[in-house]
Design a protein around this ligand. Structure first.
Ligand code: COA
Length: 258
């Protein structure tokens, strides 16, 4: 694999870093393919419990889909962001908690990718945006649908219709991001989220994430009356027994994710 996507795993956490700083980490077809392979690996490896996504360089987390060859979708494309956005290919669901650490430009498909995360930490210099209409394009049939679901209606519509950017502090105000930190504190903030996330049972987290996201857009009665396979499977897990034991013994649980 090329070094345009950095990947490592440490202490049950996978770290993915977009590494095309000369192109502001714009995502081309090759990077999409690599991301798709890594999402698959992360999803199927029971030893991975959480994921941190970030971008190298001073200027951008990601300036969107790579438009140097035009905005046409290449036939081999697996979907923007390796399928996680569901744009230009099938939607790939990630059941492990995903933390995005963003800075600088977070535009178009890069904004979509960030919005796939469960937790977003933004550096103070972050600018979120959907620049497509300003360039006379409408994105790839989908770079609009998450903003309207994750921001107040008029804030999202302003971004979609004008291409105006949303700075980090305004994004925090609207609840788009969990916190805003100085650029130099971004990695440390990521470590702190990892610590909080890995204190929980990984299997319980994955079951909860699958359940809540699969029924988020359904009426409450439907969500409540659905049987969730992952939650049912969790009942027989080692983690559930360990949780009970730790509670009885008044100690922190030692999760195994089994
Ligand atoms: N696809 C491909 N390359 C991109 C890119 C993208 N989405 N965004 C930036 N780049 C490249 C530039 O072409 C440039 O490469 P070069 O030095 O080989 O010419 C490099 O990244 C730096 O960008 P540059 O435009 O010179 O920086 P800037 O400070 O003048 O402008 C932006 C920064 C983000 C405002 C500008 O790059 C931009 O508008 N990018 C496109 C964003 C976009 O439309 N995204 C949605 C895609 S559908």
């Amino acid at each position: 694999m090329s070094d345009e996507l950095l990947y490592s795993v440490d202490n049950h956490v996978a770290y993915l870093t977009l590494n095309r700083p000369h192109k502001l980490n714009a995502i081309d077809a090759a990077l999409d393919e690599q991301l798709a392979e890594r999402w698959e690996e992360i999803e199927t490896d029971p030893g991975i419990w959480a994921v941190v996504l970030t971008g190298t360089g001073d200027r951008a987390f990601c300036a969107g889909g790579d438009i140097s060859g035009g905005t046409e979708i290449a036939p081999a494309r697996v979907g923007l962001g390796g399928g996680l956005t569901g744009i230009g290919g099938p939607l790939r669901q990630l059941s492990k908690p995903l933390v995005a650490l963003v800075h600088g430009y977070v535009l178009g498909g890069g904004f979509e990718l960030a919005m796939c995360a469960d937790i977003i930490v933004a550096a103070e210099d972050t600018l979120f945006g959907l620049p497509e209409v300003r360039a006379g394009i409408i994105g790839e049939a989908g770079v609009v649908h998450r903003a309207i679901r994750q921001l107040p209606h008029r804030v999202a519509m302003t971004m979609i219709l004008t291409g105006e950017r949303l700075p980090a502090e305004r994004a925090l105000h609207f609840g788009l991001v969990n916190e805003v930190v100085p650029r130099e504190a971004l990695a440390e903030a990521g470590d702190s989220w990892v610590e909080r996330l890995t204190a929980a049972s990984p299997l319980a987290q994955q079951a909860a994430k699958q359940a809540v996201l699969s029924r988020a857009n359904h009426p409450l009665e439907v969500a409540l009356s659905t049987k969730y396979e992952a939650i049912e499977a969790y009942a027989g897990s080692e983690d559930v027994k360990e949780g009970r034991r730790a509670h009885a013994e008044k100690r922190h649980p030692q999760w195994t994710g089994r």
